[in-house]
Design a protein around this ligand. Structure first.
Ligand SMILES: *[C@@H]1O[C@H](CO)[C@@H](O)[C@H](O)[C@H]1NC(C)=O
Ligand SMILES: *[C@@H]1O[C@H](CO)[C@@H](O)[C@H](O)[C@H]1NC(C)=O
Length: 196
């Protein structure tokens, strides 16, 4: 994704977040929503890191003032920014030439690059679907991105190579995991712990 696309997306997101903001009730302005949401999500989803959840949501100041829908949207936004950063990282790795003598790793890298490009598109569509209330569709897109992260990692492992994108795959997987927990689980799967 080009920077101008990303910028216009972020502007759109601001509008969406402001719309979300209006629905915020007085009880959710304490900032407890982040720790509460992350606690419930980490409990419901063993692969989700509580620490990662809290620190990534806290990195966006607006997340203190939004409801659950806003937190899901913010995690998707973070995932989009993350995935597009990774596209540049992988392009750099490919162009640098350090993988030129390693056709197996090079083909894995190219596979991951395509995966990350598709992921960015899917997440951007996900924002549109989210604002349209099509949560099932968003959940499918987000799970697809999580599968892509595993596939990227698995490609290197199958080829007997160390994946140079471990951190990137982990970060994107976790960001999607947060969104998925809120969207699909909607925090209602743990009795008595719903923060909705
Ligand atoms: C991806 O997101 C994580 C969590 O917010 C952050 O720690 C990391 O720096 C981000 N990576 C990139 C490349 O933006
Ligand atoms: C959460 O669940 C409620 C009721 O089950 C539903 O109306 C709402 O749309 C859901 N929110 C999200 C973000 O999925």
């Amino acid at each position: 994704m080009t920077n101008s696309h990303l910028n216009s997306f972020l502007r759109l997101l601001m509008v969406a977040l402001l719309a979300t903001h209006r629905t915020v009730t007085s009880s959710s302005s304490s900032g407890d929503d982040i720790t509460g949401t992350c606690r419930v999500c980490a409990r419901a989803t063993p692969s989700l890191s509580y620490k990662f959840c809290v620190s990534s949501l806290r990195s966006v100041p607006a997340s203190r003032h939004v409801d659950l829908r806003g937190l899901a949207l913010i995690s998707i936004e973070l995932a989009i920014v993350n995935a597009s950063e990774t596209i540049s990282t992988v392009e750099g790795m490919i162009n640098q030439g350090s993988y030129d003598q390693d056709p197996v790793a090079m083909s894995c890298l190219k596979e991951c690059l395509g995966g990350y490009e598709d992921a960015t598109d899917a997440l951007l569509r996900g924002v549109g679907d989210f604002t349209a209330g099509k949560y099932t569709l968003v959940g499918e897109s987000v799970s697809g991105v999580m599968d892509m992260c595993k596939k990227c990692e698995g490609g290197f492992e199958k080829g007997g190579k160390i994946c140079p994108l471990k951190e990137e795959n982990y970060d994107l997987f976790q960001l999607c995991n947060i969104a998925l927990c809120i969207i699909v689980g909607n925090l209602s799967s743990v009795p008595g712990e719903s923060v909705v």
